[in-house]
Design a protein around this ligand. Structure first.
Ligand code: ZN
Length: 290
């Protein structure tokens, strides 16, 4: 182990460092949140990182995408390439298995199967549902990170980190998954338009985008990576659900216990291929779930 990790080995020990070095981590979504996560994993000494994202850098991402450079052309810069560049600049020997596609694809699922841990940094409830299902079926710890800035008077902001680990709580049984919205998103763009017509135009259903700010994303990403680091190095169990309340500056850990008989934590957990999460790929969900 080289000197680079001396200051953190003082915190969690050589064995902890070795556990981090052995961890293979997939990061789904390497935009405003995921780019922080990727950078921190590389600094921590994770040796295998799989960034998965089908999107390119857009002009409105320039305010927050860690690793973005002024000279990166738009169009023409893939977010996964920025993630790879960030990781390689920190340590060129880290293995980067990048996927420029929806995670709901053959390549995306392969990368997820090859990972021991999954971070989800997504702004889609449908995507969260699929990742919850996949992680449960293949018994992979899943760290879901989300940030929110809600315009209004007064403006509200913050976010959540939800950690599904060992079938002991997940987004579903911690009750933070918007199932209605997930179902509409998974049904495809046609259904999304139809619902918008029936119920009036709702920006969230039409893929409208909200505010997004680098420092708030950084808080949430840091909370998520810290929980991951504490668990992997053996310091303590992760919190199931952390909420950052921006207006009061507080972070609270949910004391709620998961709802009993959760399908994902109980029924599907560790089932593997018979859980048939692959059906999302066959149905072509990845073409619009990006
Ligand atoms: Zn659950």
């Amino acid at each position: 182990m080289n000197d680079r990790f001396d200051r953190q080995i003082r915190f969690f020990g050589k064995e902890g460092q070795e556990r981090l070095a052995a961890a293979r981590v997939a990061v789904v979504g390497v935009g405003g949140l995921g780019s922080h996560v990727v950078q921190q994993l590389a600094f921590l000494g994770v040796r295998a990182i799989a960034p998965i994202d089908a999107k390119e850098l857009g002009p409105t991402s320039r305010n927050r995408l860690v690793g973005m450079s002024e000279g990166d052309p738009i169009p023409g810069t893939r977010k996964v390439d920025i993630a790879e560049r960030t990781v390689k600049a920190i340590d060129g020997s880290i293995a980067v298995d990048k996927v420029f596609d929806s995670f709901v694809s053959k390549l995306g699922f392969d990368a997820l199967m090859g990972a021991d841990y999954v971070f989800g940094c997504l702004d889609s409830e449908g995507a969260r549902l699929v990742l919850t299902e996949l992680s449960a079926a293949y018994a992979k710890p899943y760290v879901d990170v989300s940030s929110d800035v809600l315009p209004g008077n007064p403006v509200d902001y913050g976010g959540q980190v939800c950690i599904a680990w060992n079938g002991n709580g997940c987004l579903s049984c911690m009750n933070i998954l918007d199932r209605t919205r997930a179902a509409v998103e998974l049904a495809g763009p046609e259904e999304r338009r139809r619902q918008a017509e029936i119920y009036g135009i709702r920006g969230d259903l039409l893929n409208d985008v909200g505010p997004s700010v680098v420092s708030i994303n950084g808080v949430l990403a840091s909370l998520a990576v810290t929980e991951f680091m504490l668990k992997v190095t053996g310091i303590r169990e992760p919190r199931r659900l952390l909420t950052y309340h921006g207006r009061t500056g507080k972070v609270t850990a949910s004391a709620d216990t998961p709802l009993p008989d959760c399908y994902y934590c109980m029924g599907l957990w560790g089932k593997g291929d018979p859980g048939d999460v692959q059906r999302y790929v066959r149905q072509g969900v990845g073409t619009f779930l990006r």
